[in-house]
Design a protein around this ligand. Structure first.
Ligand SMILES: Cc1cc2nc3c(=O)[nH]c(=O)nc-3n(C[C@H](O)[C@H](O)[C@H](O)COP(=O)(O)O)c2cc1C
Length: 223
């Protein structure tokens, strides 16, 4: 993930020291997250649908190595990207076409919000927040946790008691897209409903009306 370091924040550094610091962003306290423009998703190829369905399964054992940006790009497009740009249509359906599910991307570097129209990641919070997205031990070590959050302010004409039902259904379609992408690409994944919603809301700085629905861990299978 890209990081930005302002030279003015380190006035005493020599050029050599700054070069060394830039080479090791983890040591560069104060590094700020930037918007990440994802590469164009590769929307062709992959396993035939019936083979992907045959391979789909939950896995709770992940290698720790990070996912390349190209894989993240394809994964997010498959999850809930724009597949009909003329209408703003998405790869997963949503009740009333509310498109109310926000996809948060949580890695060792920080948390981002997926902007499907721009196919970009908008910074949310710096630092490793993976542990806040779940209660199971693998969550903090796997390279990627997605958190699917309903923006209930978009759910017009649904009563308060209907909203969790619609949010859960709409999030589940996205989670299944992730399952099928992972099955196609040989990645490991598991969808999760057991997480601390208050902790997730704090970590992701969720505003009013945001309802965390599901989380999903993704990574390479553990060797
Ligand atoms: C709504 C929902 C919530 C789930 N929550 C969790 C969870 O919190 N933790 C977990 O390890 N698995 C969770 N799972 C995964 C299921 O345990 C898994 O899908 C089930 O055991 C069937 O296994 P399979 O996906 O390999 O077919 C959840 C699945 C669904 C559909």
């Amino acid at each position: 993930m890209a990081v930005r370091i302002s030279v003015s924040r380190f006035p005493m550094l020599t050029t050599a020291a700054l070069v060394a610091l830039l080479a090791c962003p983890a040591l560069a306290g104060g590094a700020e997250l930037q918007t990440i423009q994802l590469p164009k998703p590769r929307t062709e190829g992959g396993k035939p649908l019936m083979q992907a369905l045959a391979a789909r399964h939950s896995s709770r054992e992940f290698a720790t190595r990070a996912l390349p940006q190209e894989v993240l790009s394809d994964l997010l497009w498959a999850a809930f990207g724009v597949n009909r740009p003329d209408k703003g249509g998405r790869t997963a359906p949503s009740a009333m076409n509310w498109q109310e599910i926000e996809v948060y991307v949580v890695t060792a570097e920080g948390a981002w919000l997926y902007d499907a129209t721009a196919h970009a990641l908008k910074p949310v919070a710096e630092g490793d927040l993976r542990a806040a997205t779940g209660v199971q031990p693998f969550v903090k070590d796997a390279p990627l946790n997605l958190v699917l959050v309903a923006d209930t302010t978009k759910m017009t004409r649904a009563s308060a008691d209907q909203r969790p039902f619609y949010a859960g259904a709409d999030a589940a379609f996205i989670a299944q897209n992730v399952y099928l992408y992972c099955a196609s690409e040989g990645l490991a994944t598991v969808v999760r409903a057991s997480f601390d919603r208050a902790e997730v809301a704090r970590a992701l700085k969720l505003g009013p009306g945001r309802m965390p629905a599901l989380a999903q861990t993704v990574g390479y299978p553990k060797e």
